[in-house]
Design a protein around this ligand. Sequence first.
Ligand SMILES: Nc1ncnc2c1ncn2[C@@H]1O[C@H](COP(=O)(O)OP(=O)(O)OP(=O)(O)O)[C@@H](O)[C@H]1O
Ligand SMILES: O=C(O)C[C@@H](O)[C@H](O)C(=O)CO
Length: 333
Amino acid sequence: MNNLVFQTDRPLDFIAIGRIGLDLNPNEINRPLEESITFTKYLGGSPANIAVAMAALGAKTGFIGTVADDAMGRYLKGYMEGKGIDSSSIFTDKTGAKTGLAFTEIKSPTDCNLIMYRENAVDLMVDICHVKEDYIKSAKALLISGTALAASPSREAVFAALDLARKNNTVVFFDIDYRPYTWKSEEETAIYYSLAAEKCDVIIGTREEFDMMEMITNKGNKDDYVTAKKWFDYNAKIVVIKHGKEGSIAYTKEGEAITGAVFPVVPVKTFGAGDSYAGAFIYGLINGMSAGDSMELGAGSAAIVVSSHSCSDAMPTLDAIKEFIKSYEKKIS
Ligand SMILES: Nc1ncnc2c1ncn2[C@@H]1O[C@H](COP(=O)(O)OP(=O)(O)OP(=O)(O)O)[C@@H](O)[C@H]1O
Ligand SMILES: O=C(O)C[C@@H](O)[C@H](O)C(=O)CO
C-alpha cells in the first residue's frame, strides 16, 4: 500500500514523455575517452531508459516523443517497439533535427562523465500537437523529466501533458534529470523545474538536483525534509531524494521518512543508476507496493544496471531483481 491513487481501468500502466537518444558507450573502458576507440550504440535518454525499464518489468508502457527521420530515428523507434512499448505517440520529425548523442566516458568504476551532442536535438521537437488527451487518459501514470523543459516546443508539450494528466487523474512522476547542456542558465532551469514540480504527485531527484531546483526559493538549504515539505505544500505526495551509493530517502505527505535500501556493488560505470532506480520504484508503486519496498526494488535494479555496460539493454526483469536481492542478502548474512 502507498498513498497514491492509480486509476485501475486504464489500458496502459505508464507513459513517459521526452528525451530519446543514443548512448555511445566505449568498449575500451577504464581510460579517458581520448583513448577509447570503439563504441557500442544503445538507446538512451533518461525518460526512454525509464520506459524500457518499465517494459522489462512487465508494465504496459507507452512513450511520447520525436525521433529523427533517418536510420537512427528508425533504430530508436524500432528498439522501443521490440521491447513491447506502444509507439503510437513516437513521431518522426520532418525538420531535419538530429538524434541527441551521449558519449559516455568510463575512466574508472566511479569516475564517469558524459559528453552530449545536442545541437538541434530532435527530442526537443515534441510539440503540443503530439500530446493527445485520450493517450494521457489511457495510462495510470505519466513520467516527465527535466531536460524536456529546456526549450520550446518541448517545454510547452510537457506542460500540456502535465495539465491533461492532472485533469484526468493520471498520476504524475517528475524525474528532475538535470543535464546542464541544453539550458541557458541555472536560474532559467530552477524556474521551469519549480513550475513543473508544483504540479507533480511524486518528485525524484538527487540532492544536487533539488539544490538546483530550489536555488531561488530555498537557497543554501541542505536539509532533505525542508526540501520535501516545500513540495507537499503544492501537490506532491512522495518526494525522493537520492544520495548516490549512499542510498535514498523518501518522504510522504503523511509524515513518513523512509530510508531506502542500497545494495553496494563495484560498478562498471555509474550511468543508469537513476533511470533503473526510477523505473523499478515507479513499477512498485503502481503495483500497490509500499514506498519502502518500491525503493528496495529500485535499488536492486540500479545495482544490476551499474554492474553492466549499458543502461537500456541492462534493464532487469522483476524476477532478476528479486533473485539479485535474495542472493545479495545471502552473501552478506
Ligand atoms: N555503486 C552503487 N552500488 C549499488 N547501488 C548504487 C550504486 N550507485 C547508485 N546506486 C543506486 O542507485 C540509486 C540512484 O543512484 P544516484 O543517486 O547515483 O542517481 P542518479 O545520480 O540519478 O544516477 P545517474 O548517474 O544515472 O544520473 C541509489 O539510491 C542506489 O540505490
Ligand atoms: O539521459 C541521457 O541522455 C543519457 C543516458 O541515456 C545515459 O545513459 C545516462 O546518463 C543514464 O543515467
